[in-house]
Design a binder for this molecule. Structure first.
Ligand SMILES: [Zn+2]
Length: 310
């Protein structure tokens, strides 16, 4: 089970009711992907079921150990099946929790809760309205607005803020990534440690980052466009990733806070952040209109050179 990474304030807030022996029966954890919502829900579930006498969760009692082995019967996790969470999944869960356990609190985590169909949400609503005293529900979502207002009004909502570049960078360095890589990934993950860790494991992604950087290093003058375009050609099917990197670089240039190697290469070539951003937005639109990847990237290069000439 990964370590809970949300900030200390949030952690205190989450565990306060447990300390006083209170159960919050329905909570929404709202925040971007990778901000520790699942870890937080599991932490509260462990604390609610801990049989230790001191600080909870103790990490040593029978219940805590069962959680560590993913063997606790007190926790169920519902995830989308295909594109959505369907009413059948909610009904199965409701019948499953109708049995009162001998002791402890049955915890139900609904991951990507915004993907519940309306029928599924309505089925859940009845259970939330009359939650069994031995049950706690955690609805995890990056899009709380997509939940029915009736569901939202039944739940206590906790916001999980994005963690910020520096926090992400520190976390990556702790995991052994070198400083350049940590910097690059933190700028690409928009403040989400989870996303950065995922990218860090993705060798293909890192290769695309490196190849994109090498391609832009070739860019000295307008005459280099064909060379840069052919260096980018192998990435034509990964156009979205290249655009994402350029978008992050444009953001750094605009804020005057250049950190990633790509942004410093572009800065050294006199590229203006706002204009790069415009070129990226145009390229993204072309991509969404199913224009071929190599043409999207080539157009972007020409747009950059209009910048040089103006
Ligand atoms: Zn324990």
């Amino acid at each position: 089970m990964p370590q809970f990474r949300a900030n200390a304030f949030l952690q205190t807030q989450l565990l306060r009711p447990v300390k006083t022996g209170r159960i919050v029966h329905a909570q929404i954890f709202a925040g971007p992907e990778g901000t520790g919502k699942m870890e937080a829900a599991k932490l509260v579930a462990r604390a609610l079921n801990c049989q230790g006498t001191g600080e909870k969760p103790c990490g040593a009692c029978r219940s805590c150990l069962a959680f560590w082995d993913n063997a606790s019967t007190m926790l169920s996790v519902i995830e989308p099946s295909g594109a959505s969470i369907k009413i059948g999944q909610i009904r199965d869960m409701i019948s499953d929790i109708s049995l009162r356990p001998d002791h402890g609190v049955r915890c139900v985590v609904i991951d990507q809760a915004e993907k519940m169909t309306e029928a599924a949400q309505n089925a859940l609503l009845k259970t939330l309205e009359e939650a069994p005293p031995y049950a706690a529900f955690f609805l995890l979502t990056s899009l709380p607005e997509a939940l029915l207002p009736t569901i939202r009004s039944r739940c206590v909502t906790l916001r999980f803020p994005p963690q910020g570049d520096q926090a992400v960078k520190n976390e990556l360095e702790k995991m052994g990534a070198d400083a350049d890589r940590a910097q690059l990934l933190s700028s690409l993950s928009f403040g989400s440690v989870g996303k950065a860790l995922e990218l860090n494991k993705d060798g293909e992604y890192l290769k695309i980052c490196e190849d994109t950087l090498s391609a832009f290093r070739l860019l000295e003058s307008k005459n280099d466009i064909p060379r840069v375009a052919s260096a980018l050609l192998p990435m034509r099917d990964k156009c979205a990733l290249v655009l994402e990197m350029l978008e992050a670089a444009a953001g750094e240039l605009m804020r005057g806070n250049v950190k990633t190697p790509l942004a410093s290469v572009l800065k050294a070539r006199g590229i203006d952040g706002a204009r790069l951003m415009k070129a990226v937005i145009k390229a993204s639109r072309m991509r969404n209109a199913h224009v071929a990847g190599h043409y999207v990237l080539e157009t972007l290069l020409f747009d950059l050179f209009d910048i040089y000439d103006s």
